[in-house]
Design a protein around this ligand. Sequence first.
Ligand code: G3P
Ligand code: CA
Length: 357
Amino acid sequence: MRVSGFRWLGCLLLLPLTGWATADTGKELAARQGIPYPAVIAHRGASFDAPESTAPAYLLARELGADYLELDLQRSSDGVLVAVHDDNLLRTSDVGQRFPERKDSPVSAFTLAELKSLDAGSWFNTAYPERARERFKGLQILTLDEVMDIAEGQKGKRPGLYIETKVPKLFPGIEADLKARLQARGWLDHPGQVVLQSFDRGSLALLHKAMPEVPKVLLLWVGKGSIEPAAAQSFAESGETDKAAFYARQQPRSHAEFERWLDYAKAAGAIGTGPSAALSAGGAQSYADLVQPRMNRMTHDKGLLVHVYTVDEPVDFAQVLDAGVDGIFTNRSGQLLRYLGRPPQRSEAQLLEAYDY
Ligand code: G3P
Ligand code: CA
């Protein structure tokens, strides 16, 4: 197709304007909610450099200057809210040695005392010997209150909390429990200091009912329970062996299907979405690319922010920020802060050593 010189000029003029417009929109939407822009969200703490969701991970993220400490909320069998990501404790603790008969059991099958008796640090030293530290051995699982203690320990501007209700169907009433703890500690008095997130629309709606004033984000991915994929086959049915590559190739069934989930987010009271990203190097954190510029524009047009998960490398920071996202979940807060021109005063190693790790 032949395009006239005037049309080309029009296109060239329009392209940067479109980019600026979406950035301006995101910035304004964030300001309205009291949310930093672009937001640096420390995914399970500074979990590249320290065992995820433990004290050194959150201390390090706080000291580096992350805007939010991210955590996945679950509940012990005796009713205490704790920060654990996986449905069970096998990957990130010594539950297999301590409680072999219950090693596959969900977090909800353990009392707080049992959870506290686990070693939630040594697995990291084994998995990442190049980042291992002696003092990581024997680290404990944290309660929500202990994560709040760490955030509150910051003298200047304290980081906010970005809290996900994980497998909420296993924890009926967890939304009300969370409200009670946040309220008791005064965390609901400061706009934008808490952001609530879930993949589960029902849980998000319950969070909205309990805490209508607190910003909420609907997490998105392509697959069962979220956006319908274009491909008919699931990973198991596909017969493929590279799970990450399979998921990174997934796309929404249609434009309308993607839009349907934006509308679900709005209906559940969300102020934004948390879509997945496909990472340039692939790997276990690489999922469907749900932060394409047109998707971000559509999300902004509906008055919603975009906080993408989980991005750790400069090449990918550039990609998702250019595409118009408003915040990034990252395991490497220091690296993202340096990229954004907000360099921490001390390195990750210096900070861990300052805290005796
Ligand atoms: O909460 C955003 C991101 O953390 C979602 O993925 O599985 O790491 O909780 P996940
Ligand atoms: Ca999470």
